[in-house]
Design a protein around this ligand. Sequence first.
Ligand SMILES: [Zn+2]
Length: 417
Amino acid sequence: MSAQSFLLLFIILLIADYLLNVIIDRINLANQPAQLPEDLKGIYTEESFEKSKLYLKDNTRFQWISSSFSLLLSLIVFSLGLLGPLYQWVGTLTNQPLFHFLLFFGAVFIISDLLNLPFQWYKTFVIEEKHGFNRTTPGLFIKDKLVALLMTVVIGGLLATVFFQLVKIFDVNFWWYFWLVIIVMLLLVNFLYTSVFLPLFNKLTPLEDGVLKTSILDYARKVNFPLSKVMVMDGSKRSSKANAFFSGFGKQKKIVLFDTLIQNHSVEELVAVLAHETGHFKKRHIWQNLAIGIIQTGAMLYLLSLMLYNYEVSLALGGNQHILALNLVGFAILYSPISELLGVLLHAWSRKNEFEADRYAAETYQASPLIDALKKLSEKNLSNPTPHPLYVKFHYSHPPLLERLSALRKLENNNNH
Ligand SMILES: [Zn+2]
């Protein structure tokens, strides 16, 4: 394939991805009922339903503006072939090929992050603020950005260095070795998530003794689940939205509850949420997801190895010779439709797992407090209760509220009869 054809393909892929997402967003927005639907009565009030529609509208419009901006920027950068000259300019700062490689990606990252900053600011301090979710202060926002930047520099820089050296030593066979590195890193991040990464952003404190703690530990004992710690996270310092998750492997499992979750739910509801999360472990979803991630990464790295030395890809992006860094950028664009397709499959898989975890919670605990918790969470987070099925396919890792409730109600009835 010639450089011109590659360039054309890049541009077509960028525009197609943009149009696909805009169309799905529009369909989803047009799908919103004017009145509160019958089956939502008692879950959403007229008022909260109106609010959730307004939130969806604001978010969709914002998404459209920010993705239009990125598309326009990408089209300018690619059609003018600006990445090649940027690579050359960065090269005037160092004689070391490794530093040249690192500086190029550092520059691309910093430029795109700076251009994105106004959008992130607007999302937090205008949209989330307007809808009553934001608790982040400008100081915290800046601190978060700096910590994230530092983490990206350290972890990203380390991975990029390893990648560069492996390509130098093993050539196209680099992918095997780099895959092993990624596997170790994925396991490490999973293992260290609540002890190292999360505390960089949030404060975790052990749940104080009381009815909630006793109920959680009683449940864990009953289903023979090795729960070592119950932690509370100060999620309220950023947002009023609530969540809960598990972390850790083997005998060292921890549950992390957002303080915002504890504030708004009864003990029974919280144990039901925990029972759902336990279901993900018991049904081996956590391991399966990790395995899928590992296989997917291996396949991606193999495909990358096929593209690594394609001279025309470098030319298409404005290089005057083969440049490893430019081929990585080219590959990222070529891989995006594959990743979009995989996303649809993985979301379907994830939605199936959510039903399984709900069923586990209903069988080992009770369905009704989980139903109550899901209703409350959905209304409080102004989640869209009436998404279009196509939008669900592309974006929903969890089944829409009404589908989850009706599956749980069936289980509830089965248990009662
Ligand atoms: Zn779940």
